[in-house]
Unconditional design. Sequence first.
Length: 322
Amino acid sequence: MPPSSTPSPPHRRRPSCRPRTRAPREPHCSARSGRLLSARRRPPAAAFGLLPFAAYVLLFLVVPTVIAVGTGFVDQDGAFTLATVAALGDPVVLGAFFNSFWLSALTAVIGATVGAAACYALLGAPSGGPLRAVVDSLSGVLAQFGGVMLAFAFIATIGIQGMVTVVLRDSFGVDIFADGVWLYEMPGLVLPYIYFQVPLMIITFMPALQALKPTWAEANATLGGSRSTYWLRIALPILAPSFLGSLLLLFANAFSSYATAAALTSQGSQIVPLQIRSALTSETLLGRENLAGALALGMVVVMGLVMFGYSALQARAARWQR
C-alpha cells in the first residue's frame, strides 16, 4: 500500500523557561519624564498673579482679624486673661447680640423672599434683553449702596423733615412720626437693610434659577406631571440649597453691617457693631479696655459658622448647576 499522504501536525514550540528581558529604555524617554515631573512640581505662571491678592487678603483681612480677636485675651498690661471674654455673658452684650440676630434674620428673610420673587419674574425676560441688563446693573450698584449715603437718602426721603414725610403730613394729614422717631431706632434699620438685601439676593439667586434645565420640565410633562408637580418635586428641591445659601449670605451681610446703623442710630449701641464702636471710643469701661476684641471674637465665631453652612449648601447646589 502506498504511504499515507496525511500531513503531519505542525511543530509546537515549547515555552521557554527563561525570563524575558526588557528592552533597554532609551535615554531620551527618561529625560522627557524628568522634564514632565519637574513641570508638574513647578507652580503655574497663573499662580504668581494671585500673589497681590493674597498679600491684600493677608494684610487687610487676616492680620486685622487676628489682632482684633487676640486683644480679647489680654488685659491692659498685655497679660493673658479670660476676664474680657467672660464679659460676653453680660446682659447688655447678650442683648446686642440678640438685636443683631433678629434684625439680620428678619431682613434676610424679607430680602430673600422678595428677591426670589423678582428672579422668578425675570425668567420670562430674554437673558440678553434690555430689562435683564438694567436689572442686573441696578442690582450690582444697589447691593453695594450702603453706609452714610444710604442713611442720608432715607433721612431726606422719610425722615422727620423728609420729602415724603412733609407731603403726607401737609397734603393728606398723615404723620408717620406721630408715635416717635422710629427711623432713628432699631425698627428704622429694617427698611435700609432691605434696600440692599433684595439686590444682593437677585445677584446670588438668579444663576440658580437660570440653571434649571428645560428638559426637566419636558420630562415632567411627558410623564403626565402638572406644573405644580414640577415645582414641588423637581424645581424646589433643586433650588432649596441655593436659596438657603443665599439666605445665609444675606444674614451675614446684615450681621456685619455697620456704617448705615452708625449713621442712623447715633444714640445707644443696640447691635454688636455699634457695641464694638462704643467699646473702642468709651472712656468708662474700667477693667474692660479690650472688650472690643471679645465682641469681635463673638462676631468671628458667628460669621464662621454662617460661612461654613453657606459653603456646604453651595457645594450641594453646584451638583445641579454643572
